[in-house]
Design a protein around this ligand. Structure first.
Ligand code: ZN
Length: 355
């Protein structure tokens, strides 16, 4: 397989990982995406580890929604590679996986990545493509528009303004997340991006609204665990709308869907399910400052180019990835089933993010 992708290093690495996957793990091809114009076809692949019960807690790593932001896929694949190696001998990880699931979806937009585009092959920005309109003003163009696929941040025609009108990549990802997260007691998603700002941010919803995120207390509980366990971590954790707002955000859409479903299932089985979609937005401007020449490369704005900086980015973010693995395996530390704790953290979250 890997020789098939000689000119697509991320896809080649994905299939190298597949080659040495252990017997307890599985690989699924969720769908294929093709571009007749370019004569290309690529699979959308996921890797699955751990408990098979769909109600068990789950953590999903997603990368490459924006094809130009290759560093996200590269870091996830690098983490996947060490994860596969560790599972051959590390009994603590093997035990961790008895009660939870870890899933990798490393290249969500392979045509865009191959073609060196932020969008997919049809010019649609997948993070502006969900049928969600922002309830407040967004920046022109960058907030999502329907003017032309020749301009960046194009939302698609949105003819039906429903899920059916979404691009294949977005639709497949939405049904993948729904299938693996919506039945779970607790689910965490980390969707990895790059290209905005001086620092590394972890964003949580909403991108489409300034309204407080209903699960902000849970995010704060996670943040406090991270702050106390790794006081020197580098992340600023905040709602995405503190940076900018957009139309068509996939994670807002999925959160609203989950919320509607969780309400119905809570009424039937009394269990409140938690779904926290997080985005890691790696600040790319320091890479450019340290190596201004990379602005002349098509990938240079979004990725570290020099090999030692790529390795450093990998090492830097493994801390967060490993923290999230611990968090999903120890969900009672942040599930906030205690109403007093929930109330206390809700107040704190309001003060920290929404005052
Ligand atoms: Zn992005």
């Amino acid at each position: 397989m890997t020789e098939l992708y000689a000119d697509f290093p991320e896809m080649a690495e994905l299939f190298r990982c597949a080659d040495f996957l252990g017997p307890t793990a599985s690989l699924e091809v969720e769908a294929c995406v093709r571009s007749n114009v370019h004569g290309l076809e690529f699979p959308l692949v996921s890797f699955h580890f751990g408990n098979k019960d769909p109600s068990s807690p789950v953590l999903i790593f997603v990368g490459g929604i924006h094809g130009l932001e290759k560093i996200g896929s590269q870091i996830i694949l690098s983490f996947l590679r060490s994860w596969i190696r560790l599972l051959r001998w590390d009994q603590t990880l093997v035990k961790t996986l008895q009660d939870c699931r870890i899933i990798f979806y490393p290249i969500a937009n392979p045509l865009g990545m191959y073609l060196n585009r932020r969008s997919n092959a049809s010019g649609v920005d997948l993070m502006r493509n969900a049928p969600v309109d922002a309830d407040d003003k967004v920046y022109p163009l960058v907030g999502g528009h329907r003017l032309s696929p020749k301009l960046p941040w194009y939302r698609g025609t949105g003819e039906s303004n429903t899920e059916d009108g979404m691009e294949t990549e977005a639709r497949v990802l939405v049904s993948f997340i729904r299938k693996h997260c919506f039945a779970a007691k607790q689910s965490l998603v980390l969707d990895v991006h790059s290209g905005f700002g001086w620092i590394d941010r972890v964003w949580f919803p909403f991108a489409s609204s300034k309204k407080p995120f209903p699960k902000a207390a849970h995010v704060l509980a996670l943040k406090q665990l991270l702050d106390r366990s790794y006081p020197h971590h580098v992340y600023k954790i905040e709602p995405q709308n503190h940076s900018y707002m957009t139309h068509g955000d996939l994670w807002d859409f999925l959160y609203f869907e989950h919320q509607a479903e969780a309400q119905t299932s809570k009424e039937s089985d009394g269990v409140a399910k938690i779904f926290l979609p997080l985005c890691l937005e790696m600040g790319s401007w320091p890479w450019i400052k340290k190596n201004p020449k990379q602005l002349f490369s098509s990938n240079g704005f979004f990725n570290p180019i020099l090999p030692h900086r790529i390795k450093r980015a990998e090492r830097r973010h493994f801390l967060l990835f490993n923290f999230l693995v611990k968090a999903i395996a120890s969900g009672e530390a942040w599930d906030l089933h205690d109403p007093k704790k929930l109330q206390f953290l809700s107040e704190q979250a309001k003060h920290l993010w929404y005052s």
